[in-house]
Design a binder for this molecule. Structure first.
Ligand code: SAH
Ligand code: SF4
Length: 395
C-alpha cells in the first residue's frame, strides 16, 4: 500500500461525517441535509463498498461541484491494516488498527464452498468468560461503524474482490472476533446492515451472523434494527455451570436468554434457527451427562448446535477435550435429533482460532511504546512472502 493511500485512509477528523460508516438511510438523510438529491447515497455506497474507492475525485458519476462540497463537509476514513498472517491451512489473519490506538484482529477462513470472515466489534471485552483470550484483556474501546465494516472492506480488498480478480471471495461474515457485539449495539447493527445492503456488499441475511454471549435486553432490541442471523454462546447446559464460566449468566440466566432468542427468531420474515455454540473444555463441560442435559434443555428450542473444541492460549489452564469425548458428545446430541457440527480448528498456527484473538489492546500508560511498535509494524506491512516467518516468530 502506498503512503498516499495510507495517509488518506488513516485521516481522521472526528467532527466530519464519515461516508464509509453510514448506512443507506443515514447517507440519504445526509445528502438531503446538504440540499442534494438522496440518490447520491447509492452512488457513494457503490464506489466505497463495491469498488473499494475512497478517493472522491475518482467517483466520476458524481459532479465535480458535489465532490468538492463532500471534500469539505465529509471524510472517508477506514481503519488501517498493519499486519497480516497466512496459516498453513490457508486461513488468514489481519491486524487492524482502530482510532483508539488498539489493534483488533479479523480472520478469513476459506473453504471449498464459501469464504467466512470473522470480524471484531470491540477492542477487548468486559465480559471475562473464563475460557476466552479476549476476555482476559479487559475492555478498551468500542469500534465505530466504519471500523467494523472497514474490516470487511479490507478483507475484500486484500483478497482481490474489488479488482474483480476473485469474484465474491467472502460469502459469510460472523461477528465472532474480539468483543461482545451486543455491547456495542448501534454501530454493530448499522455495520451488519451495511454488509447486507444491496448497494454495498449485498450479503445474504442468512450469512451475516451476530454471535452473543447473551446480552438479553440487546437481543430483545435487535428485531427493531436488523434481520441478521444469530448465534448464541451457551457453553453449559445449566445455570450453575454457565455462571461459573460466563459471569454474564448471573445477570441473564439461560431461561431468560432462550426466551429472548425465541422472540428474535419469531420476528424474522423467513424461517431460520439460531446456532447454539458450545465450547467444549476438558473436565469442565464435556461430560456425557452435560450432553444429555443439553439435549433436554433444548428439546423444545429449534436450533443447530456447533461444538467448538476449546482452543488453548497461554493465560489459561483449560485443556482441549479429546477427540473421542467430542465424538461422544456429538453423538448423544445427534441421537436426540439435533443437527450438530464440530468446528474444525483453523489457523491456530497463527493464533487465529476461536478465542485466540487478542490484538493489542491499548494501555493508555504505554503510548510511546505503542507508537514505536506501530512504526515497526507499519514498515513490514504485508509482505506476503514473509507471513509464515512472522508467524513462526510469534509462536
Ligand atoms: N462475544 C461474542 C463473540 C466473540 S467470541 C460471544 O461470546 O459469542 C466468539 C466465539 O468463540 C464464542 O462462541 C466464544 O465462546 C468462543 N470462544 C471464546 N474463547 C474460546 C476458546 N478459547 N476456544 C474456543 N472457543 C472460544
Ligand atoms: Fe467476550 Fe465473547 Fe470472549 Fe466472552 S467469549 S469474553 S463475551 S469475546
Amino acid at each position: 500500500m502506498s503512503d498516499g493511500v495510507k495517509d488518506q485512509l488513516s485521516k481522521t477528523d472526528s467532527k466530519l461525517p464519515n461516508l464509509a460508516g453510514l448506512g443507506r438511510d443515514r447517507l440519504r438523510a445526509l445528502f438531503t441535509e446538504f440540499g442534494e438529491k438522496p440518490f447520491h447515497a447509492d452512488q457513494v455506497l457503490k464506489w466505497v463498498h463495491q469498488r473499494g474507492i475512497t478517493d472522491l475525485d475518482s467517483m466520476t458519476d458524481i459532479s465535480k461541484s458535489l465532490r468538492e462540497k463532500l471534500k469539505t463537509k465529509t471524510q472517508i476514513t477506514l481503519p488501517v491494516v498493519v499486519d497480516g498472517f497466512l496459516s498453513e491451512d490457508g486461513t488468514r489473519k489481519w491486524i487492524v488498527e482502530v482510532a483508539s490506538g488498539s489493534r483488533v484482529e479479523m480472520v478469513f477462513i476459506p473453504e471449498a464452498a464459501r469464504g467466512t470472515l470473522c470480524i471484531s466489534s470491540q477492542a477487548g471485552c468486559s465480559l471475562d468468560c473464563s475460557f476466552c483470550a479476549t476476555g482476559k484483556q479487559g475492555f478498551n474501546s468500542d469500534l465505530t461503524v466504519a471500523e467494523i465494516v472497514g474490516q470487511l472492506w479490507w478483507a475484500v480488498k486484500e483478497l482481490g474482490g474489488f479488482s474483480g480478480e476473485l469474484e465474491r471471495p467472502i460469502s459469510n461474515v460472523v461477528m465472532m472476533g474480539m468483543g461482545e457485539p451486543l455491547l456495542n449495539f448501534e454501530p454493530v447493527m448499522e455495520a451488519v446492515n451495511l454488509m447486507m445492503e444491496d448497494c454495498a456488499y449485498g450479503l445474504s441475511k442468512r450469512k451475516v451472523t451476530v454471535s452473543t454471549s447473551g446480552v438479553v435486553p440487546a437481543i430483545d432490541r435487535m428485531k427493531e434494527f436488523t434481520e441478521a442471523s444469530l448465534a448464541i454462546s451457551l457453553h453449559a447446559p445449566n445455570d450453575e455451570l454457565r455462571s461459573q464460566i460466563m459471569p454474564i449468566n448471573k445477570k441473564y440466566n439461560i431461561a431468560m436468554l432462550l426466551e429472548s432468542v425465541r422472540g428474535y427468531m419469531a420476528s424474522l420474515p423467513d424461517k431460520r434457527v439460531p446456532v447454539i455454540e458450545y465450547t467444549m473444555i476438558a473436565g469442565v463441560n464435556d461430560h456425557r451427562q452435560h450432553a444429555r442435559e443439553l439435549a433436554e434443555l433444548l428439546k423444545t428450542f429449534p436450533c443447530k448446535i456447533n461444538i467448538i473444541p476449546f482452543n488453548p492460549f497461554s493465560l489459561s489452564d483449560y485443556r482441549r477435550p479429546s477427540g473421542s469425548s467430542v465424538t461422544n458428545f456429538r453423538q448423544i446430541l445427534q441421537r436426540e435429533g439435533y443437527t450438530v457440527t464440530v468446528r474444525t480448528t483453523r489457523g491456530d498456527d497463527i493464533g487465529a482460532a476461536c478465542g485466540q484473538l487478542v490484538g493489542e489492546v491499548a494501555d493508555q500508560t504505554k503510548r510511546s511504546q505503542r507508537h514505536k511498535a506501530k512504526a515497526e509494524s507499519n514498515r513490514k506491512i504485508f509482505d506476503r512472502a514473509d507471513n509464515l516467518a512472522v508467524t513462526a516468530d510469534r509462536l
